[in-house]
Design a protein around this ligand. Structure first.
Ligand SMILES: [Zn+2]
Length: 90
């Protein structure tokens, strides 16, 4: 490969950094957490999440984002759920 340092791209996360790849180091995770924050703030549906996922440059990132979005939007298990299980065992 003959990639030169002059062949820089703007980091896709929007930070304004320049990189030879798509993102500055670690900024793929930063972009995913930014997108997940949008998902949570706007209460996006699966369709909205899929639309946001399309802005990501690779299948791996899209999968990572969709998992993170699913985790962030999943209903939190109630604390009672664990207590119930313990009561059943007692
Ligand atoms: Zn960045």
């Amino acid at each position: 490969m003959n990639a030169k340092a002059t062949n820089l791209n703007a980091c896709l996360c929007g930070c304004g950094g320049a990189t030879r790849a798509t993102f500055c180091a670690g900024h793929d995770a930063k972009m995913i957490s930014n997108l997940v924050a949008v998902v949570v703030a706007d209460s996006l549906t699966k369709a909205g999440i899929a639309k946001l996922a399309k802005s990501l440059p690779s299948d791996a990132l899209r999968a990572k984002f969709e998992r993170a979005a699913a985790r962030a939007t999943a209903p939190k298990p109630a604390p009672e759920a664990k207590a119930d299980a313990e009561e059943v065992a007692a």
